[in-house]
Design a binder for this molecule. Structure first.
Ligand code: NDP
Ligand SMILES: Nc1nc2c(ncn2[C@@H]2O[C@H](COP(=O)(O)O)[C@@H](O)[C@H]2O)c(=O)[nH]1
Length: 327
């Protein structure tokens, strides 16, 4: 891999505008036969999403993926979502219990619309076997598999039956994989996304490293159908992380799924905990994201998300912020 770059190194080049108002630009995306308002999904982490947020997102036309860290609640969660007429989107791991869980869902005819296989090193036989197991027992579920960081991995998981792959090893805000192992796409996530997208024949979800709303448009330009976002969603009043007051200022806790806090033990820790500034409501952020993305689409010279895929770009090595702070 040469010519590596990350989000902050890239600027997209504007093309002639074809709309009279940014409100004419359509940010919606279809995944697994369902159309969602934004190509953005909150990370399937315990400090980012809970049942209440999942219901709220689904009711309002946004994609969501429930985390897998309260495994015993998942079957009832699917039932509840379906009783409300909403899509069910859950996560699984790859340990033995998860195989039984998939069979139980099939036996009870509880069929989630989306299942995400959520492990750190997704280019593995463990994930390939889980994809095949889900496709055998729940063939109607749309399977998202990850995480990976190479074209070989994307191809192998797609060939095993994955309907989409999730790209990003180590670019996350609370990730310490890159420091503890020396591996990953941290620092060159956007280039890794482009590399993987060239090999993909199915949708790709870019996961980790999104720091500004403009990074969503950049992800779409470099091949993402959807973008998974953690830290930008961690500070809302509804966010499940603890609210902490420090020197008169409010913060929210945000911790990694492979952190000691999540695992309850100091074993194979690859995540940390941090405090993020407390901000307003999730709804306000989603609205702002939509407006910013509509503006991105207008700059791309189109009126639909796909227009962003064709724009030119320049590499401006680590200089686009000039020391400015956006958020
Ligand atoms: N996107 C990212 O960069 C990363 C994300 N995470 C997140 O942390 C959470 C925990 O992830 P994970 O530890 O995979 O999940 P689990 O703890 O559920 O582990 C899944 C299985 O994979 C094995 N495993 C984990 N890592 C490796 C590896 N590097 N090589 C071989 N086998 C491995 C585990 O065994 P054993 O534990 O015995 O090795 C276990 O059997 C997930 O939510 C994941 O998304 C974690 C790190 C990086
Ligand atoms: N290396 C680790 N990565 C993790 C951990 N927990 C979650 N994640 C990944 O981060 C993204 C969110 O990234 P952000 O930059 O938007 O905050 C998330 O979707 C996971 O893929 C972890 O403990 N270690």
């Amino acid at each position: 891999m040469d010519n590596v770059f990350d989000y902050e190194d890239i600027q997209l080049i504007p093309a002639k505008c074809i709309v009279n108002s940014r409100s004419e630009c359509d940010t919606s995306i279809t995944l697994g036969g369902h159309t969602f308002k934004l190509p953005v999904v909150p990370a399937n982490m315990q400090t980012i999403i809970d049942e209440k947020i999942a219901i709220n997102l689904a009711e309002n036309g946004y994609f969501y993926i429930m985390h897998r860290f309260q495994p015993e609640k998942r079957a009832d969660f699917i039932k509840d979502m379906h009783n409300k007429g909403l899509i069910a989107s859950i996560s699984v791991g790859v340990k033995d219990d998860e195989y039984d869980f998939i069979v139980q869902l099939a036996t009870k005819e509880l069929i989630p619309e989306f299942i995400t296989i959520d492990i750190a090193h997704g280019h593995s036989n463990a994930v390939i076997e889980m994809i095949q197991h889900i496709k055998k027992h729940l063939p109607a579920s749309f399977v998202i598999a990850g995480n990976v960081g190479t074209p070989e991995a994307v191809r192998e998981l797609e060939n095993a039956g994955a309907d989409a792959t999730k790209v990003g090893i180590g670019p996350g805000k609370v990730c310490i994989t890159k420091i503890k192992t020396g591996f990953g796409t941290g620092g060159w996530q956007l280039a890794a996304l482009r590399w993987c997208a060239k090999a993909a024949s199915k949708p790709i979800i870019a996961d980790g490293g999104i720091r500004t709303h403009g990074d969503i448009a950049k992800s779409v330009r470099f091949g993402a159908s959807m973008v998974m976002v953690g830290s930008l969603f961690a500070g809302h009043e509804e966010s499940p992380g603890e609210t902490i007051e420090k020197d008169g200022k409010l913060y929210k806790e945000y911790f990694g799924s492979a952190s000691e806090f999540q695992k309850g033990e100091k074993k194979n820790v690859e995540g940390k905990k941090m405090l993020v500034d407390h901000k307003g409501s999730l709804r306000d952020t989603l609205n702002e994201m939509e407006q910013d993305l509509q503006s991105s689409i207008s700059y791309s010279g189109g009126n639909k998300l796909e227009a962003i895929r064709n724009v030119d770009y320049v590499v401006v090595k680590n200089s686009i912020f000039n020391g400015d702070k956006v958020y």
